[in-house]
Design a protein around this ligand. Structure first.
Ligand SMILES: NC(=O)C1=CN([C@@H]2O[C@H](COP(=O)(O)OP(=O)(O)OC[C@H]3O[C@@H](n4cnc5c(N)ncnc54)[C@H](OP(=O)(O)O)[C@@H]3O)[C@@H](O)[C@H]2O)C=CC1
Ligand SMILES: O=C(O)CCC(=O)C(=O)O
Ligand SMILES: [Mg+2]
Length: 417
């Protein structure tokens, strides 16, 4: 069926029911993309730790059958020099429903466009879910890191991030500038002859499906508030519309009522009866609020680029992107991945923290309903950090730490299971 992907001889596919719940067999086949750069280091460690957690939780009753699929530099070696994201990789990620990937490199300026963005768009993985959780003992630059407890819902398919761009002085950029000037009456492009042009599409459908997921998450997980983060004062019809559509959805679909004339609004959780507040914050102010008043923010719904910046900033508050986990989700398909990139200077050195990909796998196990295995990962992570046997990123900030390698930390986690 596939050209280069080898389907494991044992194991079955995860399937999706009509109501979008999953059928997870005891022996599921899970596709994984190793990733570029430090993906080579962290992905094998993630697999070992997850296998140990599954065995710890279920003995021989359950087992993941890993199926390697290719993207990035490895794909060009397997499929040929220009094949960065083979169609059969997309097919496998879609067909097998739940997958995990290491980071993929995107060159700056020229070269290929982001393979990560490509995958999210092609599979319509419209939610980038990034929980920010603090583990006791993790060194943090803030005084009270435990007050940072947020979950980011980042729109994953739209915005300036989606790659509609035209290079300065190219015929297309010239044509677009002329169209803007002649047809749309745009008079204020500073340096029109040398401007590159980027387009920022933000739709009502795209906003609503993201904000709906964020509000449902708040209901299902007993969270006190959802904050729409935007730069709508400046970009009125994209980021401002995101805010307005988000508030309208809260009122129309969840029955939220205005607080003191709005725009903040609130509704009672149908699960707990507690109030959930829907509010908004302009993105620049938000970046200082999360440092100064983190306890006031819980679920964050935001646009693609804001969500990218906010993810790394919040991760730093609880110890850095070495332990920042994430998921790309559609209504049916899920591909889990760390928040960080390929950290090329550390590639192949068995050096970096595998925690972010391990915790992304923990989210994957929870998504599959394998809660006991997910709990085993979390407990082991807690114990391992407390033991102070940690990778360089924590060791350089922790008193009395013993620095271990990437694979060494994986072993520490397995020993602590
Ligand atoms: N989803 C994806 O696949 C993503 C891909 N990328 C791509 O990755 C490439 C490199 O991007 P770059 O901007 O350097 O960002 P990275 O996230 O790769 O690295 C930035 C810094 O974060 C720290 N860091 C990253 N990974 C780890 C880890 N596992 N453990 C501990 N610390 C870590 C390191 O800090 P220090 O130097 O202090 O040790 C590193 O120098 C780019 O091509 C980018 O496009 C970026 C983000 C996401
Ligand atoms: O696609 C990339 O190279 C970067 C993506 C990124 O930084 C992210 O999704 O957080
Ligand atoms: Mg990023």
């Amino acid at each position: 069926m596939y050209q280069h992907i080898k389907v494991p001889s044992e194991g079955q596919k995860i399937t999706v029911n009509a109501d979008m719940s999953l059928n997870v067999p005891d022996q599921p086949i899970i596709p994984f993309i190793e990733g570029d750069g430090t993906g080579l280091d962290i992905t094998p460690v993630m697999i070992k730790v997850v296998d140990a957690a599954v065995t710890r939780a279920y003995g021989s009753k359950k087992k993941i059958h890993w199926m390697e699929v290719y993207a990035g530099e490895k794909a060009t070696k397997v499929y040929g020099p220009d094949v960065w994201f083979p169609t059969e990789t997309l097919d496998a990620l879609r067909d097998y429903v739940v997958s995990i990937k290491g980071p993929l490199t995107t060159p700056i300026g020229g070269g290929i466009r982001s393979l990560n963005v490509f995958m999210r768009q092609e599979l319509d993985l419209f939610v980038c879910l990034r929980p920010i959780q603090y583990f006791e003992g993790v060194p943090s630059p803030v005084k009270e890191p435990e007050k940072t407890n947020m979950v980011i819902f980042r729109e994953n398919t739209e915005d300036i991030y989606c790659g509609i761009e035209f290079e300065a002085e190219s015929p297309k950029a010239k044509k677009l500038i002329k169209f803007l000037q002649d047809e749309l009456g745009v008079t204020k492009i500073r340096f029109p002859n040398t401007s590159g042009i980027g387009i920022k599409p933000v739709s009502r459908e795209g906003t609503e499906r993201l904000v709906r997921k964020a509000i449902r998450y708040a209901i299902d997980n007993d969270k006190p508030n959802v904050t729409l983060v935007h730069k709508g004062n400046i970009m009125k019809f994209t980021e401002g519309a995101f805010r307005d559509w988000g508030y309208a959805l809260a009122q129309n679909e969840f029955g939220a009522e205005l607080i003191d004339g709005g725009p903040w609004c609130k509704f009672k959780s149908p699960k707990t009866g507690k109030e959930i507040i829907v509010k908004d914050c302009i993105a620049d102010a938000f970046l200082q609020q999360i440092l100064l008043r983190p306890a006031e923010y819980s679920v964050i719904a935001t646009l693609n680029l804001n969500g990218d910046y906010i993810s790394d900033a919040l991760a730093a508050q609880v110890g850095g992107i070495g332990i920042a986990a994430g998921a790309n989700l559609s209504d049916s398909v899920a591909c889990f991945e760390a928040t960080h990139g390929t950290a090329p200077k550390y590639a192949g050195k068995d050096y970096v923290n595998p925690g972010s990909e391990i915790l992304s796998a923990e989210m994957m196990l929870r998504h599959m309903g394998w809660f006991e295995a997910a709990d085993a990962v979390i407990k082991s992570m807690e114990r391992s950090i407390k033991s102070k046997k940690v990778t360089y990123d924590f060791a350089r900030l922790m008193d009395g730490a013993t620095q271990v390698s990437c694979s060494g930390f994986g072993q520490v986690m397995i020993d602590n299971m």
